[in-house]
Design a protein around this ligand. Structure first.
Ligand SMILES: *[C@@H]1O[C@H](CO)[C@@H](O)[C@H](O)[C@H]1NC(C)=O
Ligand SMILES: *[C@@H]1O[C@H](CO)[C@@H](O)[C@H](O)[C@H]1NC(C)=O
Ligand SMILES: *[C@@H]1O[C@H](CO)[C@@H](O)[C@H](O)[C@H]1NC(C)=O
Length: 148
């Protein structure tokens, strides 16, 4: 019985950490588009731990394990707060500003309605951003910052 429970638990944990997930639904922002921000683990065989929060420390994703190829996303209205990601890969840690004035300009179309999409890709040499979900090997990801 205990073994059975352990297996079920392992299954639940792996199902949770392997699935793409979204922590929030569309916000229906007023006079601005919704923003839908994605973070994708583009490492080929390493799990990263992502802690995604706003500038006041309120988490979107609290220490989420992300398997290779998995994404996490959330929606927000584009005023008020900036967002940060604290990423752990083995013994390396890095904080990246995931939503900033620069990223607003980079990904935004200045729509008044609808949804702006923005994608972050975590790679062995650092963090990349794109307006579209490019394939992991696409050269058009824009390099933003190294791991260290
Ligand atoms: C989802 O985001 C809310 C804040 O919008 C936060 O309170 C909650 O802990 C987050 N869920 C996870 C799984 O991190
Ligand atoms: C991005 O595109 C890949 C295929 O290139 C797909 O497998 C993946 O689910 C997509 N991710 C998101 C967050 O849309
Ligand atoms: C990269 O972007 C440029 C300009 O938008 C485009 O011409 C080119 O085809 C893209 N390359 C790939 C591999 O998608």
């Amino acid at each position: 019985m205990a073994n059975f429970l352990a297996i079920v638990l392992l299954f639940l944990i792996s199902a949770f950490s392997c699935a793409d997930s979204t922590n929030s639904s569309s916000q229906n922002c007023i006079l601005t588009p919704d923003w839908h921000m994605f973070v994708i683990n583009g490492l080929s065989n390493e799990v990263i731990i992502a802690h995604i929060r706003d500038e006041y420390g309120r988490p979107q994703c609290e220490h989420c394990p992300m398997s290779p190829g998995v994404s996490f996303s959330w929606y927000f209205c584009p005023f008020g707060e900036w967002y940060y990601g604290d990423f752990t890969r083995g013994s390396t840690q890095k904080t990246v500003q995931l939503y900033s004035k620069h990223i607003q300009n980079f990904c935004g179309h200045k729509f008044l309605l609808g949804t702006e999409h923005c994608y972050w890709l975590v790679k062995p040499d650092g963090f990349y951003v794109a307006k579209k979900n490019l394939s992991i090997s696409d050269p058009n990801w824009s390099y933003e910052s190294p791991w260290i």
